[in-house]
Design a protein around this ligand. Structure first.
Ligand code: ADP
Ligand code: MG
Length: 381
């Protein structure tokens, strides 16, 4: 059944519109977004779709085609942060964050269905938030810009769900343009659409979803974040973004803590890798981005130490099988890797990774092309 049909079967009325918001992969710039740094994500063809109708009685009803358990019914006046409403906290948090910011959200019926793999580092959570934010923005006539909606969505995830994520995922989902990567400055949310038409150049970007998530991940993110903040304090800057790459050796020499030094080296060098990637893309030298990705992986593996055996195997195998470069993407400890590869070699590289996983006794990875796709949009009136 279509999302419209499902909505009508659930709520007994027609939806007022259908919206879609994509998941994303990050090409380069990892763990830089909470350091006011640069990132370069692109939207995936996979989307969360929402059918929505307004309500004026303060009732918020939310349903997902992808989880068991029926409709979650809440009251917009009594939405409580961190109150543990499970998956529904993501869309409910958006209604809460909009109201917190003074916007008149008086209830809604929402039905969601998503093709973004969950927990794979591809931002299924941001897709859910952004599609909800865009739908409520349109239906309630709020007039918020895409970056404003992304900030609302991030606030929902940070304060309502309780996940301390940066703003990259929501910005990528809200602001991406097909055929482009999003060069985003996470300090002021300024961004530029960088042409990234791989197919025209005989190239492909593969996503390797390792299908593992190691429990270590959650605490480790907070620990890296705290370490980066300690580094910025020790260096007397507002955020690590303010350490120019040329000053990195001096900065490292001023840090006593070996762990903090490694984190600072990763963040400052990954910021530089984003800039180098942009310069290469602007010069039309897309193939040369490959080694920059691999360099980024080594930094995430050795300095930030957020990789894992499955991600390392994916990257090493892809490179050995002829990829131009590869790296883990997203928070690490599982999730996905990205692989830049000649189109004609894509199948062989994908097969090599699958074979290596089978030989290592790992679950079969999911390998698919990351086609740079459109950001959040309304699908129907
Ligand atoms: P990621 O964003 O990398 O996919 P997260 O852990 O941040 O991983 O978000 C995944 C969570 O988002 C899921 O556990 C679930 O609570 C929620 N979620 C994502 N997609 C859906 C969906 N289609 N229906 C219901 N909940 C979803
Ligand atoms: Mg997420």
């Amino acid at each position: 059944m279509s999302v419209t049909g499902e909505f009508e079967a659930l709520y007994g009325v027609e939806p007022e519109g259908i919206w879609a918001a994509p998941g994303r992969v990050n090409l380069i710039g990892e763990y830089t977004d909470f350091n006011d740094g640069f990132v370069m994500p692109l939207a995936l063809p996979h989307t969360a779709v929402a059918a929505v109708a307004r309500r004026t009685d303060g009732v918020l009803r939310i349903h997902s085609a992808d989880v068991e358990g029926g409709i979650v019914q809440l009251d917009v006046d009594s939405l409580e942060p961190l109150s543990g409403t499970g998956w529904a906290a993501y869309p409910a948090g958006v209604a809460w964050a909009l109201r917190e910011a003074g916007h008149p959200v008086t209830g809604a019926d929402i039905h969601l269905a998503s093709t973004v793999p969950t927990g794979a580092g591809l931002s299924s959570s941001a897709a859910l938030e952004v599609v909800t934010a865009l739908a409520l923005n349109d239906l309630c006539g709020l007039g918020l810009t895409r970056p404003e909606l992304a900030v609302i969505a991030q606030r929902a995830e940070n304060a309502f769900v309780g996940v301390p994520c940066g703003v990259m995922d929501q910005m990528a989902s809200a602001c991406s343009v097909a055929g482009h990567a999003l060069h985003l400055d996470t300090r002021d949310l300024s961004f530029r659409q960088v042409p990234f038409d791989l197919a025209a150049r005989g190239l492909r970007l593969l996503v390797v979803d390792t299908r593992v998530k190691h429990a270590l991940g959650d605490g480790a993110y907070a620990e890296r974040r705290a370490g980066c903040e300690a580094g910025a304090r020790a260096l007397g800057v507002r955020a690590l973004r303010d350490v120019p790459y040329a000053h990195l050796p001096d900065a490292l020499a001023r840090l006593d803590d070996e762990t903090v030094r490694r984190y600072v080296r990763h963040v400052v060098s990954d910021n530089e890798r984003v800039e180098r990637t942009i310069a290469l893309l602007d010069a039309g030298d897309v193939r040369a981005v490959g080694p920059v990705l691999t360099e980024g992986h080594l930094s995430l593996r050795d300095d930030l130490r957020v990789s894992c055996a499955e991600l390392d195997l994916a990257v090493e195998t892809a490179c050995a099988a002829g990829a131009l470069g590869a790296r883990m993407t997203g928070g690490g400890f599982g999730g996905s890797a990205v692989v830049l590869v000649e189109s004609r070699a894509a199948d062989a590289v994908g097969s090599a990774v699958e074979k290596a996983f089978a030989e290592a006794g790992y679950a079969a990875p999911r390998v698919f092309p990351a086609v740079p796709s459109e950001g959040a949009r309304r699908l129907s009136a």
